[in-house]
Design a protein. Structure first.
Length: 409
C-alpha cells in the first residue's frame, strides 16, 4: 500500500484484514496485531508502523473499522486514542527519529501505553526567547548527563517521559546548539516542585535536573538539530491548541472547545437575557469566530501533514480571542455569582475558572505576541525584528548572572 492506494482498495484491504483478525475483543493481542499490521495509524509511513495511506484512503478504511465496531484505523491520529502525545511526540519521531527510538516509542504510543508526559522547554530565563535556554546535556559514554532548570512544566508530576530541549553546543549561535531528547522522568536526578496557579490548580511545575541521565539513543534528530525538531513538536502543539484548547491539561476549559454556541445560549437563557438583541449579536459573533477557527484548524492540520506550516499560529492566536470572549460572556451572564470563587474547589466554579484559565492559550505554547511575530515574518513575509545575538556564539551572548557559570563550563 502507499499514497497511491485508492479509497476503494484501502476499504477492501481493511475489510479483508478485519475478517481475519477482528474477534470482537479490544485486548492486548488485538492492539499488537493492529499496530504490527499498520492499521492503528494507516496515514503514518510504511516502515514506521503505518501504511502510508492518504487521508481519503484511510478514511475509507476507517469506515470499515467503524462498521465492524473495531477500534483502529485513525485517519489523522485523533480518533483511535484521544491522546495528544500521538502528535506531540509522534510527529517529531516520524520526522526525525532513528529506527531505534521509533521502535521504542511508536508502538507504545499507538497501543495507548505511554500515559501522561510533559514538555521540558521553558526555563526561568528562556520562554519567548526559547533558543536562549541553558539546561545543558553533556555526552558521557552512551548517555547524556543533564543539568539545569525547567519551569511551567504542565503535568510534570504525573509524567512518565519528558520531551527535553537542552543545550549541547556553546560555541555556535544559540539556535544551532540545541538537541531534542525524550527523557525518563522517573529517575533520581529529577526533582519536581508544583506551582500554585491563579485558578487554585497546580498543574504547573518547576523541574530541577541534577545529573539526570538520558540514553544517547533517545535523542530525536542529531546533536544541534533540536530547534528544527522543536518546530515540528510546536506546530503539533499549536494546531492542537488552535482547535481544542488545553489539550495537555487534565482539566480542560469548556468554552471554545466546540463549533457551536450551546454554552453561550444556555448562559444567556439562565440569565433571562436570550431576547436581548445585544446579547444575541454577541453570541453570533463568538459563534462565527469559533466556526471560522475550525476551518483554519483543518487547513493547518492539512498543511502540517505536508510539511512545516505557520498556519497553526493563526489558529492558536484566534483561539486566544475566542476563549477570552466566550469566558468573558458567560462570566457576565452569571452576574453577581461570579464574585464568589472557592480556591480549594475550583471545579465547582467553572465559569470563573474558565475566565482565568483562558490565559492558557495566550501564553502557553508561545505567547500571542510571539504568534503575531511568526505570522508577520513567516506568513506575511515582513522583515525580522532586531536580533542582537544573531551569529554570536552562545557562550558570548549576554545572559543572567546566575546561569553564566553553566555556559562557562
Ligand atoms: C498554561 C501554560 C502551560 C505551559 N506549559 C508549558 C509546558 O508544559 N512546558 C514548557 O516548557 N513551558 C510551558 N509553558 C510556558 C510557556 O511556553 C511560556 O510561558 C511562554 O513561552 C512565555 O514565556 P515566558 O513566560 O518566559 O514569558 P517572557 O518570554 O518573559 O515574555 C514576557 C512578555 O513579553 C512578551 N515578549 C517576549 N519577547 C517578545 C518579542 N520578541 N516580541 C514581542 N513580545 C515579546 C511576551 O509575549 C510576554 O507578554 C506554559 C505556559 C502556560 C501559560
Amino acid at each position: 500500500m502507499g499514497k497511491s492506494t485508492s479509497p476503494d482498495a484501502a476499504r477492501e484491504a481493511a475489510r479483508s484484514w478485519l475478517s481475519e483478525h477482528w474477534k470482537g475483543v479490544d485486548d492486548a493481542a488485538w492492539r499488537d496485531a493492529l499496530v504490527d499490521a499498520g492499521w492503528a495509524a494507516p496515514t503514518w509511513p510504511e516502515g514506521s508502523y503505518g501504511l502510508g495511506l492518504s487521508k481519503e484512503a484511510a478514511r475509507a478504511a476507517a469506515e470499515e473499522f467503524q462498521g465492524a465496531a473495531a477500534p483502529g484505523a485513525c485517519v489523522d491520529l485523533a480518533s483511535f486514542h484521544d491522546d495528544p502525545w500521538l502528535r506531540l511526540l509522534g510527529n517529531p519521531l516520524l520526522a526525525f527519529g532513528s529506527p531505534e527510538i521509533k521502535r521504542h516509542f511508536l508502538p507504545m504510543l499507538l497501543k495507548g501505553g505511554i500515559g501522561q508526559n510533559c514538555l521540558l522547554y521553558s526555563e526561568p530565563g528562556a520562554g519567548s526567547d526559547l533558543a536562549g535556554l541553558q539546561t545543558r546535556a553533556e555526552f558521557d559514554g552512551d548517555e547524556y548527563v543533564v543539568n539545569g532548570q525547567k519551569i511551567w512544566t504542565t503535568n510534570g508530576r504525573a509524567a512518565n517521559y519528558g520531551l527535553l530541549l537542552a543545550r549541547t553546543g556553546w560555541d555556535v549561535p544559540k539556535h544551532a546548539g540545541l538537541t531534542f531528547f525524550v527523557i525518563d522522568m522517573r529517575q533520581p536526578g529529577i526533582e519536581i516542585r508544583p506551582i500554585r496557579q491563579i485558578t487554585g490548580d497546580a498543574e504547573f511545575n518547576e523541574v530541577f535536573l541534577t545529573d539526570a541521565r538520558v540514553p544517547a539513543a533517545w535523542m530525536i534528530g542529531e546533536p544541534g538539530q533540536g530547534w528544527k525538531v522543536l518546530q515540528v513538536a510546536l506546530a503539533a502543539e499549536r494546531s492542537g491548541m488552535g482547535s481544542a484548547s488545553a489539550s495537555m491539561s487534565g482539566t480542560p476549559i469548556r468554552t471554545g472547545l466546540r463549533d457551536a454556541a450551546d454554552d453561550l445560549i444556555e448562559a444567556a437563557r439562565s440569565a433571562g437575557r436570550l431576547d436581548d438583541p445585544n446579547v444575541r449579536q454577541e453570541i453570533v459573533k463568538i459563534l462565527s469566530w469559533r466556526l471560522t477557527n475550525v476551518w483554519t484548524g483543518r487547513r493547518a492540520a492539512a498543511e502540517i501533514r505536508r510539511g512545516p506550516s505557520s498556519l497553526a499560529s493563526l489558529g492558536k492566536l484566534a483561539m486566544s480571542r475566542i476563549l477570552h470572549s466566550g469566558a468573558d460572556f458567560t462570566y457576565r451572564m452569571q452576574g453577581e455569582q461570579s464574585l464568589v470563587y472557592d480556591y480549594d474547589k475550583p471545579l465547582e466554579h467553572p465559569v470563573d475558572r474558565d475566565l482565568m484559565f483562558a490565559f492558557i492559550n495566550s501564553i502557553g505554547g508561545g505567547s500571542d505576541q510571539i504568534q503575531r511575530n511568526i505570522i508577520s515574518e513567516r506568513v506575511l513575509g515582513l522583515p525580522k525584528g532586531f536580533e542582537p545575538d544573531k551569529g554570536v556564539p552562545f557562550r558570548d551572548v549576554r545572559k543572567g548572572a546566575d546561569t553564566r557559570s553553566a555556559s562557562q563550563a
